[in-house]
Write a protein that binds this ligand. Structure first.
Ligand code: FA5
Length: 337
């Protein structure tokens, strides 16, 4: 039995086979087991001799099975590792590298520029209350100028903000009426505008606010001029046109010159050579007062610009929808801009 079993163990080359051998010799009906079972029939003298021998054989078979089992497991693992080995000499598949969106770049560039002038960057909610989006900005319910910014309402009192100006009121409220404020706030805004080359129903604005003692219109003009020159180059000009916003008095709109000249001559945008990029003005006394500032002591200026329009002008993008349709051919052009 022993010779036969050990012989089979040696030639086995699968774990399954070992299991079969174990059953054949050591299992309930195995041949060695039946020898042990038949012990009762033996004489008193034979019993211990055969018993010892049988136990010895069992031990030898068990050990041989275990050793072979271990060997086979090792071999199986080796085989698996070999099969799964990575061929490091194979040429790799190129991984596409993404880049910053042009709009993100412009917003960060504008942020840096104003941080350099001492402004802090703040944020506000995109789902805004009617109070902060309109009322706190001197646009009470039923005011006709609300029509300038038609919006998406969520409830009677909650809406998608139409501009970043509510962050003016929120910031001033936080400052408690006895500190100067110098902040910019970039963020998404929403309007029920019909999409075309220069309008989008969701776009970006960057709000700016400077409130302090003795802040004047000339400070606003100097700040905007500085901004335009740093953003577009020294030879660009700005012009301020009188305008109307309920939350500023006086109000202005700033245009920037967009005459582009090359060897063949000059071309002018929009036929006029000027493009509007922001609205601004001196913070209305009512707005200061509602936010807890005394308009006799404090004055301020504010502006709100559209970075898409600024990027369009700076990089010659001719359709605002390019920023949102994620055409890779468009996006990739500006990865290294
Ligand atoms: C405002 O939204 C005012 N809150 C700006 C302001 C702030 C004035 C602080 C005074 C003081 P206006 O609606 O003009 O103003 O929008 C400001 C800028 O956002 C525009 O100059 C333009 O660059 C951009 N803009 C407006 N509507 C759209 C649109 N549908 N798509 C893309 N850009 C737009």
């Amino acid at each position: 039995i022993k010779q036969e079993a050990l012989g089979r163990i040696v030639s086995a080359d699968e774990l399954k086979e070992l299991q079969e051998i174990k059953v054949a010799y050591l299992g309930k009906k195995g041949s060695l087991t039946s020898v042990l079972r038949g012990m009762g029939k033996l004489s008193k003298e034979e019993r211990p001799l055969i018993g010892e021998l049988a136990n010895q054989v069992r031990e030898e078979i068990t050990t041989a099975l275990e050793e072979k089992g271990q060997k086979l497991e090792e071999l199986a693992l080796e085989k698996q590792l070999e099969e799964e080995a990575i061929d490091v000499t194979l040429p790799g598949r190129p991984v596409e590298v993404g880049g910053e969106h042009l709009l993100t770049k412009i917003v960060e560039e504008i942020e840096d520029l104003f941080i350099g002038m001492g402004y802090e960057v703040r944020e506000g909610p995109e789902v805004e209350t009617d109070y902060y989006n309109f009322e706190a900005l001197n646009l009470p319910k039923g005011h006709p100028a609300r029509d300038m910014q038609d919006t998406f309402y969520i409830t009677n009192e909650l809406l998608m903000r139409t501009h970043t100006s509510p962050v003016q009121a929120r910031t001033m409220k936080e400052f408690d009426g006895d500190q100067s404020v110098k902040m910019i706030c970039p963020g998404k805004v929403y309007r029920r505008d019909t999409d075309d080359a220069t309008h989008s129903h969701q776009f970006t604005q960057i709000e700016g606010l400077y409130v302090g003692k003795d802040v004047r219109m000339s400070d606003l003009k100097g700040t905007l001029d500085q901004f335009a020159k740093k953003m577009f180059g020294k030879d660009r000009e700005i012009r301020l046109r009188p305008s109307f916003f309920p939350f500023t008095e006086p109000s202005v709109e700033m245009d920037i010159s967009c005459k582009v000249c090359n060897g063949q001559g000059c071309s002018v945008c929009k036929g006029t050579g000027w493009i509007e990029i922001l609205g601004a003005g001196m913070v209305h006394p009512n707005v200061l007062e509602m936010a807890g500032y005394d308009p006799k002591e404090y004055t301020g200026f504010a502006f709100g610009m559209g970075p898409e329009r600024i990027a369009m002008l700076k990089y010659g993008v001719n359709d605002i929808r390019q920023f949102y349709t994620n055409d890779k051919r468009f996006l990739e052009q500006y990865h290294n801009a």
